[in-house]
Design a protein around this ligand. Structure first.
Ligand SMILES: [Fe+2]
Ligand SMILES: [Fe+2]
Length: 373
């Protein structure tokens, strides 16, 4: 690790090597021990050092490759037909950003991936298609473009596209790398391969997805949200309503997070999600925070500046913002709004009391652009 000039002060490790110390270090190593002062400055950085590179995956590059998988593998062989997004600095853990996994799944009409469960939480953001569905813990749910759907950790789930549907594509988000880092992952195949459910289709959003209303007589004891699908129409309407009466957040524009309607908390234990609207011409100021964020352009076009580098984006592009990097967003259109879906590991950051955020202090909140991706 490169030397940080801040380390040359009282309170940081600044022992110089000498022959006696080096001999001592060797003796310690022989006992599977070490002197903390030789590693302290590395293992206790002054501030978070992101392990991931800011990266953009553009739909125009990716979509043809995802479609190509249709003819190359069958879901019953692949388990899930997914092209995953591999961060160039996180290859060893197959992560998209930090401890978050993401990929794009594609299925044809009539195909179904069998039921399974895992300790990692999962979510979906639907990109295109028609008559796709998921069954989550017996809840049968239809999937429409730009819907956000949850698959909480430990629940049985399976996905498919009905015979009369269209080839469908969605972004998966999971915290597989986090679960593996914590050595807590489990995976199970459903004993019957498919769930047998008689619940009405889309009962979950019908019961729990009505604004300002909770059913009086429904019990819900699970730790995750009883609302498993957040439909685009309602989400977008909510953003527009909010946009009409707020100046918005200086860093995120008009942003609303997805909630468990029974508690007001995050829909799942380990991953959060939000939708943010950038009004015509809107340019946010830069901030940085702990936590990893993976964005999906739900609508419109624009660019984000992440760590000084400009990333231009269009609908269905995906990009990530690693922890503690300055970032700001800009809508390219002077007429139309742009909308960004995001999922993140904020629930973990919050529960562990690690969440921290700060505003970019210079240049009226805007970074100097030093490169373009
Ligand atoms: Fe799964
Ligand atoms: Fe942010």
């Amino acid at each position: 690790m490169s030397k940080d000039t801040r380390d040359d002060q009282l309170g940081r490790a600044r022992v110089m090597d000498n022959a006696a110390l080096n001999a001592y270090y060797e003796e310690l190593a022989g006992l599977e021990t070490g002197a903390l002062w030789t590693v302290a400055n590395d293992i206790e950085p002054w501030e978070p050092i992101p392990h991931s590179a800011p990266t953009i995956w553009r739909s125009r590059d990716l979509r043809p490759k995802v479609l190509a998988a249709l003819d190359l593998v069958r879901p019953e062989d692949a388990g899930r037909r997914v092209v995953y997004l591999r961060n160039p600095k996180r290859r060893e853990v197959s992560a998209c950003c930090g401890w978050l996994f993401s990929g794009i799944q594609v299925m044809r009409p009539g195909e179904i991936a069998s039921a399974h469960s895992h300790a990692a939480s999962a979510l979906r953001f639907i990109m295109e298609g028609a008559r796709a569905f998921t069954v989550v813990h017996g809840h049968r749910i239809t999937l429409g473009a730009r819907d956000f759907v949850i698959t909480p950790n430990g629940t049985w789930h399976e996905h498919g596209v009905l015979e009369d549907g269209e080839t469908s594509m969605w972004q998966d988000g999971l915290d597989i790398p986090l679960t593996n880092a914590l050595e807590a992952n489990f995976y199970a195949v459903h004993p019957d391969n498919f769930q047998n459910s008689n619940l009405p289709w889309d009962a979950s959003p019908a019961i729990w997805g009505n604004p300002g209303l909770l059913p009086v007589k429904e019990e819900w004891g699970a730790f995750y949200s009883p609302l498993m699908k957040y439909t685009w129409d309602k989400t977008y309407e909510g953003l527009q309503n909010y946009a009409a009466v707020t100046d918005g957040d200086p860093f995120d524009g008009v942003i609303m997070r997805f909630v468990n309607p029974a508690t007001g908390g995050h829909p799942m234990a380990t991953m959060g999600a939000a939708m943010q609207l950038l009004r015509a011409g809107e340019k946010t100021k830069a901030h940085r925070h702990t936590g990893n964020v993976i964005y999906h352009v739900a609508k419109g076009s624009g660019h984000s500046v992440i760590g000084g580098v400009r990333y231009d984006w269009q609908e269905k592009d995906i990009f990530c913002v690693p922890p503690w990097l300055w970032h700001e967003h800009s809508n390219a259109s002077e007429k139309d709004d742009a909308v960004l879906f995001q999922f993140n590991d904020f629930p973990v950051m919050e529960k562990l009391k690690f969440y921290r955020e700060e505003a970019f202090p210079e240049n009226n909140g805007h970074q100097e652009i030093t490169g373009q991706a």
